[in-house]
Design a protein around this ligand. Structure first.
Ligand SMILES: O=C(O)[C@H](O)[C@@H](O)[C@H](O)[C@H](O)COP(=O)(O)O
Length: 232
């Protein structure tokens, strides 16, 4: 599917504009069916966007927030994406939103993935909004090059679910929605910042295997248009 690049003069301008776009999308979903859903990424990039979105005055009590991926750590661990969302997005007006975590206390990461699949199935299909990030190696969500379940994660025929992923550079074992769960969001956003990430994007948009740079699966095969938000 096509992608559109939205470039901004600063990260602050991007955060403000993306927050408005997402708030409008969530409000439209609520108007249409009384509910809205958004799956967001962790990492360092989305913090200002989360903070800007949290101040928008929408019917947050009708919004379900979850993560596109999570590290297999509890929410009090500094590496937790839940902790990042709790501290930056589930604040201000957005405190009223429902949050569905991917991490579950479980005997194994596989059991946690099974539990997360069941819990997230209630959220509704497709997501109204998905916010993806991208690593310097071209990973997105927890679709890491060389990942233990990468082929399964990227296979369009894999049922919508949360699966495990282990990879060099991923740190802890990961829990990640599959490509099939994310690629048809009503609003599908890739949020990246910095000149380095722009260079990574240019390489990803070129030829080469999806397994080498898994973001290529989204850029090439997502059912929804990919809205790329970039600031220096
Ligand atoms: O759990 C995570 O880390 C994210 O979901 C991951 O996919 C992130 O979006 C990229 O690694 C980019 O991270 P930065 O924004 O920190 O560069």
């Amino acid at each position: 599917m096509a992608s559109t690049l939205h470039s901004f003069a600063s990260a602050a301008d991007l955060a403000s504009s993306l927050a408005e776009k997402v708030a409008d999308k969530l409000s439209a979903a609520i108007a249409a069916r009384g509910a809205a859903s958004i799956a967001v990424s962790g990492g360092s990039t989305p913090k200002a966007f989360f903070q800007a979105l949290s101040t928008h005055d929408i019917a947050w009590d009708k919004v379900t927030i979850t993560l596109v991926d999570e590290r297999f750590v509890p929410a009090d661990n500094a590496r937790s994406n839940h902790l990042l969302v709790d501290a930056n997005l589930l604040q201000n007006k957005a405190k009223a939103a429902r949050f569905v975590p991917l991490y579950q206390p479980a005997s194994s990461v596989g059991e946690a993935a099974r539990l997360a699949t069941v819990k997230s199935a209630e959220i509704g299909i497709p997501f109204d909004v998905v916010i993806l990030g991208m690593g310097g190696d071209g990973h997105t969500a927890s679709f890491f090059p060389g990942g233990s379940n990468l082929a399964r994660a990227l296979d369009a025929s894999t049922p919508r679910s949360v699966i495990t992923m282990e990879a060099e550079g991923a740190g802890e074992p990961r829990l990640t929605f599959t490509f099939s769960s994310l690629q048809d969001a009503a609003l599908l956003v890739l949020h990246i910042e910095g000149e380095g990430k722009k260079d990574v994007l240019a390489k990803a948009e070129g030829s080469g295997d999806e397994a080498e740079m898994p973001i290529r699966a989204v850029l090439r095969r997502a059912a929804s248009p990919v809205e790329i938000y970039w600031a220096p």
